[in-house]
Each structure stands twice: as structure tokens, then as C-alpha cells.
Design a protein around this ligand. Structure first.
Ligand SMILES: [Fe+2]
Length: 311
């Protein structure tokens, strides 16, 4: 048995929670605004203050299992409630609700969740604890962050160490110069989406860039999760990047913002490859799980790992 506080301590040593003070973004609150009051009352005051990326009702109980999951979805809950019986479990989840859904004009709030909001009551009654680690995981100052883990998985830690850590931009992603290994990611993901106007399709784009690679290294911008504004893309263009490798771009909903980004994507010279939001963020959770497992041998640590999810 391990106390939640000692798990929290280990996570705090890997993830920089102080960034939450700087990113006091309460927009997430609007997205859960229409959740019924009794469900809403289950959220801790910390969670309601920041909404995006905080501990959710974390009490210092004894636990025997920590389950990591990118989304708090049915898969995760089935495992915790049905297979583990939920009693002494802490769930560490990257996305508590679908941050993209919140941008839909028609969003009711409740459609932002990956499961029925009522299920939170069942979770609460089962004493399962939930910890949300979105924002701190995104930031470079965290020892484990989504961008770094994504990069290391795609291109290997050793080779990249120098290049990666010296090119952070916008306090989020990284730029790096790559030669032949620039295209290693192609083999690793089942489905890659391509945007840009230089090449007709994904294969053409990869071939075209491979050719450029024969004469000079490519400048690559790497951004795990979602590149969600034209400003980010513009900055990559200004920095003369040959391509951007990211999880996804904000085009899944029918908001004005999505339409604007899609038009921009289709007309810009930058090449953007998306490997799925889920796939790009899973690696950081796996790294965190590995760290926890190595320090707490008597704790069962499990990562919910679904096959390719295009989300
Ligand atoms: Fe994300």
C-alpha cells in the first residue's frame, strides 16, 4: 500500500505544477457549466478554479494501484470499476474532458465529457480518486512533458538531447534540425494526416521533403497534442520550419475558429503532419508511469493503452 501523498510527491518532482498559477485559464469552467449541480459538486475547488489540469478531489488515502489514461473514457472506467473493483485506485488522466468540444458553438457542456457525467457519481462513491495532469505535462520546464516524450519516442532520446532541449518555443513545443531520421515517425503511426499546399498528399510531401534532406538538414517543429491557433502555425512559418509534426489541429468541430484554421492550413506553405492527439500524448504518461513504478515497487501501475485512436 502507498499513500496518495507519496505518489503526488513523485509526480511533483517530474511535473512543474507552478505553471498552473501562470496559466490561470478558467475557460474550461464554461465547458462544464451545464453539468448538473450534484455532479459539479464532486469537483474539487482547485479543479473548478483551473478546470484544465489539476488534482480532482485528491484525498490522502492508501492506494494499491495507479491507472494512467490519456482520456477518462469508457475503456479506462471499465478497467477501474469492473476489473479492479475501484477500491484503492488512483486514476491519472491527461484529458478529463474533451477540450476541443468546448469550442463548438452548440456545445452544451456535457458533451465535452468522454463518458456520462453521471458516472462521476459512481466513481465518487467507489472512492476512486482522479488526478488530472494536462497543463503541467505540456510545459517544457517539467522534467516529463508531452512534447519531450513524444520526440524521444519518435527519434530517440540520446541523439536528440542537444537539439531538443536547446530549441523550445512558445514555452511549449520544440524546433530541431534533423537529417535522415526526420521521417522515422512515418513507420510508427498507422494514419498520418497531411495539411499544406506544397504537395498534393502525404506521400508526395514526405518524398519531397526527403529529397530536400539530401542537401541540408530539415528544421522541424514538434508539438504534441493540438496546435490550435493560426498564431502557432504562423510562428513555425516565420521560423522557416520545413514541417510541423503534431498530434492534431483544431478542425474537428464546426466552430468559426476551426474553419479559420482549416482554411489557413490548406493554403500555407508549411507542411503539417498529424499523428493523432491521443498517440502524441500517450508517451508522457508512459514515462510518468515508468518513473512511478521504479520508485514504488509495491504499487501496481497500469497504463490504458488503446490501439490507434484518431482523436
Ligand atoms: Fe491534449
Amino acid at each position: 500500500m502507498v499513500r496518495v501523498s507519496s505518489v503526488k510527491e513523485i509526480m511533483s518532482s517530474c511535473v512543474d505544477f507552478s505553471v498552473l498559477e501562470r496559466y490561470n485559464d478558467t475557460s474550461g469552467l464554461k465547458r462544464i457549466g451545464s453539468v448538473s449541480e450534484d455532479v459539479r459538486s464532486l469537483f474539487s475547488s482547485e479543479f473548478l478554479k483551473y478546470a484544465n489540469g489539476l488534482f480532482f478531489d485528491l484525498k490522502d488515502r492508501e492506494i494499491d494501484t495507479v491507472v494512467f489514461s490519456v482520456f477518462l473514457d469508457q475503456n479506462c472506467l471499465d478497467y477501474v470499476l469492473n476489473q479492479l473493483d475501484g477500491k484503492k485506485v488512483l486514476i491519472v488522466v491527461h484529458h478529463f474532458f474533451d477540450i476541443d468540444c468546448g469550442y463548438q458553438e452548440s456545445s452544451s457542456g456535457t458533451d465535452s465529457f468522454f463518458c456520462e457525467p453521471e458516472l462521476y457519481k459512481r466513481l465518487y462513491a467507489s472512492k476512486v480518486q482522479i488526478c488530472v495532469l494536462h497543463l503541467p505535462l505540456d510545459i517544457n520546464s517539467s522534467r516529463i512533458n508531452t512534447h519531450k516524450s513524444f520526440l524521444e519516442n519518435v527519434w530517440g532520446a540520446k541523439k536528440l538531447q542537444q537539439a531538443i532541449y536547446s530549441f523550445p518555443f512558445a514555452e511549449m513545443g520544440y524546433y530541431l534540425h534533423l537529417e535522415k531520421e526526420a521521417f522515422n515517425f512515418v513507420e510508427q503511426f498507422d494514419k498520418i494526416l497531411y495539411y499544406g499546399n506544397q504537395y498534393a498528399n502525404c506521400n508526395d510531401a514526405i518524398q519531397g521533403l526527403r529529397t530536400i534532406c539530401d542537401s541540408r538538414p530539415l528544421k522541424v517543429a514538434v508539438w504534441s497534442g493540438m496546435t490550435n491557433t493560426t498564431d502557432i502555425l504562423k510562428e513555425m512559418e516565420n521560423q522557416k520550419c520545413d514541417f510541423c509534426l503534431c498530434g492534431d489541429v483544431i478542425i474537428r468541430n464546426r466552430s468559426d475558429r476551426s474553419a479559420k484554421v482549416l482554411t489557413y492550413l490548406e493554403n500555407m506553405p508549411l507542411n503539417v503532419f498529424c499523428v493523432s492527439h491521443y498517440q502524441s500524448e500517450l508517451f508522457a504518461l508512459k514515462d510518468l508511469a515508468k518513473k512511478l513504478e521504479s520508485l514504488k515497487k509495491d504499487l501496481h501501475v497500469h497504463v490504458i493503452e488503446d490501439k490507434e485512436i484518431w482523436k
